[in-house]
Every structure is written in structure tokens, then in C-alpha cells.
Design a protein around this ligand. Sequence first.
Ligand code: AMP
Ligand code: MN
Ligand code: MN
Ligand code: MN
Length: 284
Amino acid sequence: MNNLLNADLHCHSVVSDGTLTPEELAARAKAHGVELWALTDHDEVGGQARALAAAKAQGMHYLTGVEISVTFIGQTVHIVGLGFDADNAALVQGLRDTRGGRKQRALEMSDGLAKAGITGAYEGALPYVGNPELISRTHFARFLVESGVCKETNEVFRKYLTEGKPGYVPHRWASLKDAVTWITGAGGMAVIAHPARYKFTPNEEYALFTEFKGHGGQGVEVVTGSHSAAEYVTYAHTAKEFGLAASRGSDFHSPDESHTELGTLPLLSSELTPVWHLLSNRIQ
Ligand code: AMP
Ligand code: MN
Ligand code: MN
Ligand code: MN
């Protein structure tokens, strides 16, 4: 399995904030030529058994996956885990704790939106939620689009759901150390998701990568649906600078919302070490 492998190691199902089932995603990944796949639902491994079975049914290789919400220097950072034991007790408990505050946060988001004149947002978002423990901003965004408040989810985030906007509620997620430790303790590899998305200063970003490595993190997403072509180059350099393996993933959520299709991003450049080189004994 070399750099030319069509690996898609980041996407979401109805188990978190995607709109397709694990089986539908597996079929879609296969249809777009994916050879190695991982389902990485937010803070939840409840879809892993179905995803593995669906990958096998489609004739794809599979790595277990998750995307953990972390708070680092006041910002939300996402850490992807790959190739771990999905039954590991500390990981399962850590994810349960991380999901724990989402309902209260959602109720507060709804109160904030009500003050801006949008009433009933919590009840409105619920029909879009596939997993009661995983109500997310994405579900609110779908409700606000379907009810005609905004034209598309991006606009909802810009106007209502990001810092300083009426539906935004600051939240404390897992620590970087805990997230990396849960993943590595379960035999997997921790990967910094879509690093270009964060609004860190250069010094803060350096701290993120340094501390992540210090805790045992080994990978970074270089080619992701959240990066521009220029950012592939920037983070290929960062991967080499920090001695991290490189990952590739679409971050696909929904046929209607996602601009990046499963399995269609550029391949990893040949000078990078792909994460799947270090995970060969974890591939199913
Ligand atoms: P939450 O975990 O509830 O804070 O929701 C985060 C999710 O919101 C991310 O995983 C994305 O799926 C989605 N999201 C964040 N920013 C945007 C955006 N600008 N446009 C569309 N979706 C977004
Ligand atoms: Mn998401
Ligand atoms: Mn993310
Ligand atoms: Mn994601």
C-alpha cells in the first residue's frame, strides 16, 4: 500500500452529523474508487462495527476511526483516531464523557437563537439528529436551512453558529492529552484533523504540534476537503518538520452539503509517509 492508494480516512455518518448510514457511505466510497476507508464520527464509535462489515461487503480495506473534539488554547481542535480497538474501555468512557455536555449546550444554543428571533430551534433540530447523544451545530444548521432562515449551512454558521453569533455557546471539550492518550492507549494513531481550519497564531500552532507529538500523536491531515491546494503544500512541510505521517480524507458529511466527494481528493505526494504505512497491522 503506497502513496498512490485511494484512502479516505475521514467522513461522517448518521451516528454523528452526517446524513448517510455507514452502509450508504461504504457503497458511495467504493463507487468512487476508495480502497482503504475509515468512518470517523464525532466523539462516537457506535458506527464502527457496521462500517467494518459494510467495508468488507464492498471489498474495501478498513481502519477504525473517530474524530474527537478537543479544547486547546481556547479553540476547538479535532483529533482523528485511526486503527484503535473500538471496544477499549478507557476510549469508550472518554468519548461518552466528551459527548456528555452536548444536550445542555444545544438547549443554550436554542435560547441564544430565540433571543435573535428564531424560536423552537432545539425542537426543530431534533428530527435531524440520528444519535440523541450527538446533537451538533450541523443539525441546527440543517433546521435553519430547511425552515428558510438561510440558503445553505455555510451561511448559518457564518451568521448564527460561530463565535460571537447568537447561537454560539462556548464549550469545553476533551483535553489534547486525554484525546491522544485514549487513541494511543487503544492501540491506534492520533492525527491532527484539518490544521488549516484553526485560527491559531504561528506560535500557538507550533505549540499544538509540539504538545501533540509530546503526548504521542503521530499524524496530521495534509490532504483534506477543508484544505486548499496551497495548504496541502504548507502542511506537507509541517508533517516533515515535525516528523509526522500524513493522512488523506474528504470529511464528507452529506451529498447535499459536502463540496468534497469521498475518494476524489489528490493523492498524497510521494515524499510523505502515509499514515497507513504505520498502521499496516491495524488494517482490516
Ligand atoms: P459541533 O461539534 O457541534 O461544534 O459541530 C461541528 C461541526 O459543524 C463540524 O464537524 C462541521 O461538520 C460543521 N461545521 C463547522 N463549521 C462549518 C461551516 N462553516 N459550514 C458548514 N459546516 C460547518
Ligand atoms: Mn461534522
Ligand atoms: Mn472536524
Ligand atoms: Mn470531520
